[in-house]
Structure formats: structure tokens, C-alpha cells
Design a protein around this ligand. Structure first.
Ligand SMILES: [Zn+2]
Length: 238
């Protein structure tokens, strides 16, 4: 008998950054996004906490897009022993080739800066959350998957990426697990951008996990971050 999948939200819940969702079905464990917490110091402290799961037990990671609040803890995940694939679109993989090593260098210089402070002279040195080498190792685990094409992120799981219309390479994730169809919007829109097709998604989904950064406000074209879910989002048959 199929097991109903369980979802666990490890970030971007009651806050905007640190997007990270775990899908558990029987023995299978998959992560959607693994983002850095950004904002207040209290929030950023969460980046140093151990993951609430064993990185080595994951079968796959699917990444919605390259923004650091969705991808920025991938190097820590790999440093903690994750050796499986990180699925994303080809353009996202290209962007990560620059963004992840850069994030690693920022973590290293941030730790160095804190360790140089005179008022910390008597304290234990701060270790970077991860290094440029960890980031490059994470990037080497990225596998590209085209939009609108089914693939198997791990045995017995079926996934498909849909254009999310957010940034270059951004995707929403359709996931079929144990007979249940799930859809993770990731950051979507805003629509009507000059060089980016509007977001799309499938119909007939059992459960949708939707980005809601702007709550019930209608995000305009000038929004600097992601948009609220739009009622005019086109729907296509899978
Ligand atoms: Zn984003």
C-alpha cells in the first residue's frame, strides 16, 4: 500500500528566507530548496544550527532557483555528508557556478572579519558556515533537468519542472510521490516581464505549497522580490 507523503517545513515558514521543505515517503526523503536565512541577526543565527535532519539520509534535492535564500545552504548540506544529486534547470546550474563559490568566499571573509575584532580576542575563533571549496563541491553535484519533462529525482519518485517566471532558470516543482501529486511553486512571477514568459503550472494537483511573500497584496511589476500567487496564472494539462 502506498504511504501518504509527509511534508516538513524547515525554513521560509513564518519568515521569508531559508526556504527548505522535506518530503518523506516511506524510505524516501527529498528536499525542495536549501536556502540561507537572511535578515536579522537572530534569523541569520539559524544558519549555524544543525539541520533538523540527517543530510546523509536524503535521496535527492530539487532546487527551484538560484537565489541564495533558496540555494545558499547547499554547501553546508554537502559539507554535512549529502552526496546525492541536486536537480535544477540548466540556467540555474550555470548561475550557481558563480553564486555558490561567491557565497563561500563571503562566509570565509565574514568569519575572518569577526575573528579580527579586538573585542573577541578572548573568544573561540568563529568558523565559516562553509567555504568556497564546500560550495564548489555542492555545485559539482548539480544535475540539470529541462522544463516540462518528467524525470526521476530518486527511484520511485517522479518530478517535472515548470517555468516560474521569477528569474533566469526559475522553476516550480511538480512531484508525484506514492500516488499523490504535489506542487511547490517556489518564488513565482511577477508576470508581464519583458524578457521572461509568465509562470505556468499543471492542473489536477492534490496539494499545492505556494509562495506567499506578499500575503494577499497584489505584487506589482516593480516588486524587487518575488510576487504573490496570481489568479491569472495559466494552467496546462500535464
Ligand atoms: Zn527568489
Amino acid at each position: 500500500m502506498d504511504h501518504l507523503p509527509t511534508l516538513a517545513f524547515h525554513g521560509a515558514a513564518r519568515t521569508v528566507t531559508g526556504s527548505c521543505m522535506e518530503v518523506i515517503s516511506g524510505q524516501r526523503r527529498l528536499l525542495i530548496d536549501c536556502g540561507l536565512f537572511q535578515g536579522s541577526r537572530t534569523l541569520e543565527t539559524l544558519n549555524r544550527e544543525p539541520f533538523p535532519f540527517d543530510a546523509r539520509s536524503l535521496d535527492a534535492v530539487i532546487l527551484t532557483h538560484a537565489h541564495i535564500d533558496h540555494s545558499g545552504l547547499l554547501p553546508k548540506l554537502v559539507r554535512d555528508g549529502y552526496r546525492g544529486p541536486i536537480w535544477c534547470t540548466g540556467p540555474t546550474k550555470d548561475l550557481l557556478g558563480h553564486m555558490l563559490p561567491d557565497a563561500g568566499r563571503i562566509q570565509e571573509s565574514e568569519a575572518e572579519r569577526r575573528n579580527r575584532r579586538a573585542d573577541r580576542a578572548d573568544e573561540e575563533p568563529v568558523e565559516p558556515i562553509y567555504t568556497e571549496a564546500d560550495a564548489l563541491a555542492a555545485w559539482r553535484q548539480c544535475r540539470s533537468a529541462p522544463l516540462d519533462t518528467s524525470f526521476e529525482p530518486a527511484p520511485a519518485l517522479k518530478a517535472r519542472l515548470w517555468n516560474a517566471g521569477h528569474i533566469l532558470g526559475s522553476a516550480s516543482v511538480e512531484l508525484e510521490v506514492a500516488g499523490t501529486r504535489l506542487f511547490f511553486s517556489g518564488d513565482i512571477g511577477p508576470e508581464h516581464k519583458a524578457f521572461h514568459p509568465d509562470p505556468e503550472g499543471p492542473s489536477g494537483i492534490d496539494h499545492v505549497v505556494c509562495e506567499s511573500t506578499y500575503g494577499d497584496r497584489f505584487a506589482t511589476r516593480s516588486a524587487s522580490r518575488s510576487a504573490a500567487p496570481s489568479l491569472s496564472r495559466r494552467s496546462r494539462r500535464p
